[in-house]
Structure formats: structure tokens, C-alpha cells
Design a protein around this ligand. Sequence first.
Ligand SMILES: [Zn+2]
Length: 189
Amino acid sequence: MDGGSPVPTSVVVDIDAATDELGMHAALEVARCGLDRGELPIGAVVVVEGQVIARAHTEEVSQRRLLVHAELLALEEADRQQGWDRRSATLYTTLEPCLMCLGAAATAMVGRIVWAVESDGDGAGRLARTWNDGRSPDLPHLHLPKLSGPVGAATAVELFRSYVDARADSCDPFVRWASTLVDQAHASG
Ligand SMILES: [Zn+2]
């Protein structure tokens, strides 16, 4: 392996239109970089005022750690850059966020999360739909971000399919879990 294509770090992507498709396209590009490096193909970007200010793919393999989800890494990078008002930020992620990343996004006061592939196994979207009920509008930092999806699901599923196909004989639990995402998409599509 030659290490895969580099993650672009210095290019500011101007997405004035700030459409979800453009934001998700940036997240999918990062996910593909992760796939090229032997990681699960999960990418995330944080967009503020039409610009990608942070991006990351999962790094479980390269770091041999479990908390290095794409969303959390992107949120950490954005957290270092931003002031305290985060409600204009949108997190684009190629997979419905887990509880940890949803919680991190809420703590970081991200306004919206847009995801590509729903995750029956560990997605926290269902929780998010009821969490905000009854919470005071005067305390916006206690609210979970609005979630919407799917956007760009077909491309995201193809990346997961590539990941699984390259490890067809693997018993790795990450591979088994990734195959459930592909099967789930196949069943619903
Ligand atoms: Zn996560």
C-alpha cells in the first residue's frame, strides 16, 4: 500500500451555496481518503458560513484507538478554531452519528447534523428526535442538533461495500458491522 491519497488540509473549500450535497461531497471525499488508508470509510466535515473548517476520517486502525471517530476528530478541530457561538455550524457525516459523536456535537453547539447512511446498529438519530422535547428554549446549549438525512447515501454505501469486499474472509467485528450497513441499504433500496 502506498499510503493512499492525502487528506487535503490547507484548501479552503468555498461552498457559498452551502447545499447539503456539497457539504456531503466533501465528507465523502474524506471518507474515501480513509478507505485508501485501510480505515472504515467514514468521513466528516464541519461547515461554517459556507466553508469547510475541519475534516477528518476515522482513525481506529492508524491510531489503534476506539474514540477516534471521524465526527469527533472533525469537531475537535473545529472546536480549536471557533468562538463560543456554534449554532451556525453544520456537521456532515457519511454515517448517522453514534451517541458519543451526537453528544460531542451537542456540547460543541453544532446547529445541524446531516448524514448519508442510517445506522440501525449504533445510530443515535432516534434518540435525537425525542431528546429536545420539553427542554427550555432559553438553554440552547442543552439541545441536540437537528438531524437530517439521508444525503449522498448511494456513494457512502459503495464505499462501505468496497471496504467489505476487500475483507471478504475477515472475522473482524468492524467488517461484520460494515457489512450490516451494506445489507441494510440493499434491503431498503
Ligand atoms: Zn461516533
